[in-house]
Design a protein around this ligand. Structure first.
Ligand code: AVJ
Length: 324
């Protein structure tokens, strides 16, 4: 029988789990410009909003990447070779990894890496059922920090990373380079299959992050709702607006939450004044050229392999071999 857990203990457990979010938000509110990592978008509600974004008519990246993976699966599998160990950065979409696994010749092991153990275990269980020959080894880690992988299986083929969805674009440029350097080290002798969004007509980009139904706005504002629920902040959701725009010189969409009036927000007894029009920056979404991405990958220690795009060149999937 599970012993009853007192309310006080439950509250302490919750506090411990929420401390990283509280600390990062406190720091974000104190700095100028105010900036918080987009990783805090993804509580249960935020993940649901993101799933809805992927279905929006304006949001082309998900369906375009899926169409590339579907139509090029055989060529991708040929680059990767037999008996591979697949390392996914983030316990991502089970649709995308299945497309890859279905095309590969006898994949040996799947290692999804995610900061949330719960999310990971769910994803791992679902895959184990459908791929009985595949070993599934979840790794709980923050892949933006240094970490190691379990030893390679004897007789396994290449170790191959999978990083779809243009999540690389969420990093600042120096963070993206650091991530790629770590990936090149972890994947030595194998390679990285990387999906990134491409530079394009700013109007198309703008529409993708300012959808008519307002789902992206709700996704952005949910960060404040989450803080109110988990950390006891007093953000007035009516007093903040979603703002997303294309910063052409930096080739990125920036998402912000803009204060509609002067207001004070309190977190753990500390007061933070927002002037009218002051923002909390919540996300970068960098857009790449094929050559620019390849140049960054080369600096990180990768070789250059084939790139696959859709006919409109909206999105790209790169095979980046990692030196031995
Ligand atoms: C798919 C996580 C990279 O930058 O497009 C979608 C998330 N943000 N709409 C992206 C997102 C706003 C996103 N990532």
């Amino acid at each position: 029988m599970t012993p009853p857990v007192s309310l006080a203990l439950q509250a302490r457990i919750a506090d411990d789990a929420n401390r990283p979010f509280a600390e990062e938000l406190q720091a974000a509110l104190a700095e100028r410009p105010r900036r918080i990592s987009p990783k805090w978008f993804y509580d249960a509600k935020g993940s649901q909003f993101f799933d809805r974004i992927c279905e929006l008519p304006e949001y082309y990246p998900t369906r375009t990447e899926l169409s590339i993976l579907r139509s090029r699966a055989a060529e991708i599998a040929h680059q990767i070779g037999p008996d591979a160990e697949i390392v996914e950065f983030g316990a991502g979409s089970l649709v995308k990894i299945r497309l890859l696994l279905d095309a590969l010749q006898s994949p040996r092991r799947f290692l999804p890496i995610d900061i949330s153990g719960e999310h990971l275990r769910g994803a791992a269980d679902l895959l184990r059922n459908d791929y009985p020959g595949l070993e599934v080894t979840p790794v709980v880690a923050d892949y933006t920090r240094p970490f190691d992988l379990p030893a390679r299986l004897p007789g396994a083929g290449r170790r191959v990373g999978f990083f779809p969805g243009s999540t690389l674009g969420n990093f600042a440029p120096d963070e993206a380079l650091a991530f790629l350097r770590q990936a090149a080290r972890l994947l030595r002798g194998g390679g990285l299959l990387l999906g990134v969004d491409l530079v394009k007509d700013p109007q198309l980009l703008h529409a993708a992050y300012n959808d008519a139904q307002g789902v992206t706005a709700a996704f952005n504002l949910n960060l404040l709702a989450r803080a109110n629920e988990e950390l006891g902040t007093d953000f007035d959701l009516q007093a903040f607006s979603h703002a997303a725009f294309y910063n052409a010189p930096h080739r990125r969409i920036e998402m912000h939450l803009v204060s509609r009036r002067e207001q004070v927000v309190t977190l753990d007894g500390r007061h933070h004044v927002f002037e009218e029009g002051e923002t909390l920056h919540t996300e970068y979404s960098h857009k790449f050229t094929v050559d620019g991405l390849r140049a960054m990958a080369a600096r990180a220690g990768f070789g250059i392999g084939p790139v696959w795009t859709d006919p409109q060149r909206l999105f790209s999937v790169h095979w980046l071999p990692a030196a031995q």
